[in-house]
Ligand binder design. Structure first.
Ligand SMILES: [Zn+2]
Length: 166
């Protein structure tokens, strides 16, 4: 079980509890700059997704890895104290996310999940946004953008840049 100190924890908690968190703002600004228009936390869409793109029938969630329990992610730590409290809270969050996702897909929405860890490094942000933009315009039902795929994606985008003919 990973443990973080209280200072780190309060920083993490501050960044992931509410809406309009920094990772969410990063995604919003970057997509807006690319000409995408969207609504925020639309009340009439299941789960009130962070961003709603009606034109593309798509929603985007920007999930904190800690709060939403990004599976296998090093940022999904468990606090050292009140472990049972946190565990049950986490379980509710995961159950809620699953339910929301099922409802959205059932209602015909396309669902993107951007995990916060994918946005931690500046060089990853561009790749993540590029992925998201392509998916919005021409992608499938679902996409998950996360840190552990970034090395692959960076390599691939580098390849495309250096060798556009293939
Ligand atoms: Zn993560």
């Amino acid at each position: 079980m990973d443990v973080v100190d209280s200072k780190t924890r309060s920083r993490i908690m501050a960044s992931i509890r509410g809406k309009n968190t920094k990772p969410e703002l990063v995604v919003r600004k970057a997509l807006h700059r690319r000409g995408f228009r969207f609504r925020l936390h639309a009340k009439d869409v299941p789960g009130r997704p962070d961003l709603v793109f009606r034109k593309f029938n798509a929603v985007v969630f920007v999930h904190g890895c800690f709060w939403h329990r990004h599976e296998g992610c090093r940022h999904a730590t468990v606090p050292a104290t009140r472990t049972e409290y946190w565990t049950s809270k986490f379980e509710r969050n995961v159950a809620r996310d699953d339910e929301v996702r099922t409802r959205l897909i059932g209602a015909g929405w396309r669902v993107a999940t951007v995990w916060e860890c994918a946005l931690r490094k500046a060089e990853h942000v561009d790749v993540a946004i590029q992925m998201l933009a392509s998916w919005l315009a021409a992608g499938g039902k679902e996409i998950v953008i996360e840190e552990r795929r970034m090395a692959d994606l960076l390599a691939r985008s580098g390849l495309e840049l250096s060798d556009p003919e293939t």
